[in-house]
Design a binder for this molecule. Structure first.
Ligand code: AMP
Ligand code: MN
Ligand code: MN
Length: 313
């Protein structure tokens, strides 16, 4: 790691233009890490652009700097291009830039090491990596950076519940709290954001639950989603409700974003490796949280996913 940090330091020092990109369908980790890195670079006197193909969900807009994240990059060329929380360059979506150097900072086991520098560690979240990087760069973590990193950690660990929660995760979180991240305020800003449409669409998903052995799944058609007026942000948290059912291992949620575009969330409580299942289906992720997008009708996707899961359980 030492050599990696030294190279990153040098590249930052020599860069005049820097882009930080997150992954498609941005979550708390990719956004919190982008913002924290942006603020850290600012403290080093370096300006950076932030870019994410898809819009920042409203529940993360309270982070300072979130409004600066664009859906397309300002420039076509950059000296330095950071990707955070992306297991492959394709996960940054349609961001097309040329860069002299790509620095890939990620914690996915299936990372393809696509960068010129690959800072890949199996920690709870990219936030833990950015925290270490700040220390290496001698940047004092202020309240704004602490808040962004704390959001990354709680969202990627399911509030310190998932198996990726390590002793180091608590150490970093403790320091972030000491530096001004207020857990109750951040949890409220991130989680107490449900909408009526979201609750209605959730009721449809709950009504459709099916269980076979230790597998639980549900799905939502585009028609229902449209009828309730639910947005993308209302849909991404449904998997967390389904996952809470007792005596289950794998949870699957399929949603028809539009005709022939089915987004699938896969979660496991540990016995089954859902990253392998997602890989088999053309997606990816972690052992306990993975995803894939399938281009086929909803019923076909449901059959395909459920039979693949059953074979792997
Ligand atoms: P999600 O189910 O969208 O919350 O994603 C869970 C995990 O799987 C995250 O770490 C994502 O980055 C990863 N993931 C989701 N969809 C894909 C995909 N199509 N390809 C690779 N990784 C994915
Ligand atoms: Mn992520
Ligand atoms: Mn992550």
């Amino acid at each position: 790691m030492r050599r990696i940090y030294e190279s990153i330091k040098l590249l930052i020092k020599n860069a005049r233009t820097i882009l930080i990109a997150g992954h498609i369908d941005p979550d708390g980790d990719t956004l919190g890490s982008m913002i924290a890195l942006h603020l850290i670079l600012e403290k080093l006197g370096k300006k950076s652009d932030m870019c994410c193909q898809d819009k920042v969900p409203p529940s993360f807009l309270f982070l300072s700097g979130a409004d600066k994240i664009r859906t397309s990059p300002k420039r076509k060329e950059y000296d330095l291009f950071f990707t955070v929380d992306a297991s492959d360059l394709s996960r940054t979506g349609n961001i097309k830039v040329t860069a002299k150097h790509i620095i890939n900072i990620d914690h996915h086991a299936d990372n393809t090491n696509f960068g010129d520098i690959n800072c890949v560690e199996l920690l709870s979240s990219v936030a833990e990596q950015i925290y270490k990087l700040a220390k290496e760069l001698n940047v004092e973590i202020n309240q704004e950076i602490a808040k962004a990193l704390y959001v990354s950690i709680i969202t990627d660990t399911g509030n310190f519940r998932y198996a990726n929660t390590l002793p180091s995760t608590f150490e970093v979180a403790c320091d972030l709290v000491l530096r001004g991240a207020i857990p109750s305020q951040i949890a409220s800003a991130v989680y107490d954001t449900k909408t009526i449409a979201g609750m209605k669409v959730l009721s449809y998903a709950l009504d459709k639950i099916e269980k076979r052995g230790k597998l639980v799944w549900s799905s939502l058609s585009h028609e229902i989603i449209k009828k309730t007026g639910a947005t993308h942000d209302d849909l991404i948290c449904i998997i967390d409700y389904l996952r809470a059912i007792k005596d289950t291992d794998v949870t699957v949620f399929l949603r028809e974003e539009k005709e022939n575009t089915i987004k699938v969330n896969l979660r496991s409580k540990g016995r089954t490796n859902v990253s392998k299942i997602a890989n088999d289906l053309g997606g990816g992720g972690h052992i306990q949280a993975a995803g894939v997008t399938l281009n086929m009708p909803l019923l076909e996707a449901e059959e395909k996913v459920i039979s693949t899961v059953m074979k792997n359980m």
